[in-house]
Design a protein around this ligand. Sequence first.
Ligand code: FAD
Length: 315
Amino acid sequence: MTREARSSLIGDLQIEIEFDAPIGARTWFGIGGRAEMLIKPKDETSLQTLLRRCHQSATPVRVLGGGANLLVDDSGVDGVVLQLDQEFFTRRRYNKDGEVNRMLAMAGADLFKLVNETARQGLDGLSQLAGIPGTLGGALRMNAGGSFGDTGQAVESVSMLDMEGNRLDLQGDALSFGYRASSVPNGIILSAILRLQPDDPMAVRGRVREIFAQKSASQPMADNSAGCAFRNPTIDDVQVPAGRLIDEAGLKGLTIGGATVSERHANFISTTPQATARDVMTLMRQVQERVLDHSGAKLQPEVVIWCDDPGAPMP
Ligand SMILES: Cc1cc2nc3c(=O)[nH]c(=O)nc-3n(C[C@H](O)[C@H](O)[C@H](O)COP(=O)(O)OP(=O)(O)OC[C@H]3O[C@@H](n4cnc5c(N)ncnc54)[C@H](O)[C@@H]3O)c2cc1C
């Protein structure tokens, strides 16, 4: 993009900007390419104006949360990558009135912080998300969760901007959440109102600790990874853990370059700092092929992959 085009896109906005930003290195995988422009808006108006201009100029826009479920191709991505980590987008406001309390939380808020902060105040509703890294925006997009529950169960409403910059406030019937999926339309999630139940702070903190301990006992939490690489497939109407299918195909420890199928949890792919995003993609493709051969199950990626190269070995 030319200097003039960039300046007409962003010249007068309240934003922080970084050109050629190494976003791959900032994901939980810790590897991958760069973004042409990483833009951090300081308020909603600047974000809205930016989205309108990007739409008019056909500039691609993506949004990065905490990068805990993301693989960025080694060749990087064109256009704008947004990150909502400025103060305005991490705020939360509590309404502690009645049996159900509510919190308005902005999408850039860190999920670990939300879980711990609400538990300390004796408010339950998010303890099921203990140990899941990332931002609230990413958790809403993915409906992050697991055997203890998911993000959607706490959600009363979601506010967002669509890719043309129009604001949408979605409540009740307009919202549904399923297995690692939500009905929230494509766009930028700004905030959500979450329902919280008052409880004994010791009890809520105990639940958070217990869920965290169970997660750390079975998952390689300290490795560089993006959590589960594949979604659990449904076979004969039953959801089957992808990790079990990968394990049964004998793939624990399978390595391509710096990417390895974790010995600890077969649905995690761990990376070394020397790994490339293509190592991860190639490994994921091999896992898919060998699980298909072994059990007939077709694994679909859970990890979001940003890749502009049509020739890439996309799983
Ligand atoms: C060690 C580890 C353990 C994990 N355990 C779990 C688990 O138990 N359960 C689980 O579900 N996941 C788990 N994950 C995956 C990850 O934590 C979740 O998917 C998380 O919700 C991703 O949030 P994020 O902010 O990092 O999103 P990112 O990875 O940055 O992005 C993921 C997707 O969300 C989109 N997105 C992000 N913010 C917004 C926004 N404001 N508006 C619109 N779209 C947005 C991105 O564009 C992208 O498509 C784990 C990951 C790791 C590394």
